[in-house]
Design a protein around this ligand. Structure first.
Ligand SMILES: *Cc1c(COP(=O)(O)O)cnc(C)c1O
Length: 206
């Protein structure tokens, strides 16, 4: 049951933030989680996110967690709570431009590539340095912290190394408040490695 699964996760992560990943889940499944009192949900596709935003209760805080194309930024800026997946400086620039048009400040995380898979997105540590040194160029964006996805690996040691690497970058970044790492498979490792926000889908809805 959804409420029991959420309870089990919270017993491990305590007061740290849980984002329930609702991609591919029906409105009824999401409402089951909503009815436990949960309000933070994550989606990885813009079209699906917009449909759910329109149909589901308006007090849901929507998180964009998947790769975001620049031409789709305009559709989500008016309502998005946090964009986790800022994986290029060009994308950050686009988010800043559209946010200015919408007269709002958009909360973002910088996604850092820590996994080995080619298919995974994210910036390098040196890209992040460039951003940190040019914050004044993005006045309509608030960078709250970092996000990363570990390699889908059976090696706990490898996952831990990747999370430790990101935690080190996080700890060296004054002003950042959010370190978002950990999914169903690896959230317990992420928790030990300093994560304070988790994106969990399949474990919640299993
Ligand atoms: C799907 C997804 C998750 C959640 O994965 P689960 O294994 O279902 O917990 C987390 N983060 C991102 C970026 C995702 O796309």
């Amino acid at each position: 049951m959804i409420s029991q699964n959420i309870y089990k996760i919270k017993k491990i992560i305590g007061p740290k933030k849980l984002i329930i990943v609702s991609k591919k889940r029906s409105h009824d499944e999401i409402l089951d989680a909503y009815n436990t009192g949960h309000r933070d949900f994550g989606e990885n596709k813009v079209q699906e996110l917009i449909k759910k935003y329109e149909k589901l209760p308006k007090d849901i805080k929507w998180h964009m967690i998947g790769h975001l194309q620049k031409n789709k930024v305009k559709y989500i800026i008016p309502f998005i709570h946090l964009i986790h997946s800022v994986d290029s400086i060009e994308l950050l620039n686009k988010i800043n431009t559209i946010s200015e048009k919408e007269k709002k400040i958009t909360n973002c995380l910088i996604q850092i590539k820590i996994a080995q898979e080619q298919s995974k997105f994210g910036m390098t540590k040196s890209n992040l340095e460039v951003i940190k040194n040019n914050m004044n160029k993005f006045p309509f964006v608030k960078i709250k912290g970092l996000m990363g996805m570990a390699t889908a690996s059976s090696s706990e040691k490898q996952i831990k190394n990747e999370f430790d690497y990101l935690n080190k970058i996080y700890l060296n970044s004054t002003n950042f408040k959010i370190l978002c790492m950990g999914m169903s498979q690896d959230y317990k490792i992420a928790n030990k490695c300093g994560s304070n926000m988790f994106r969990i889908g399949s474990y919640v809805f299993k």
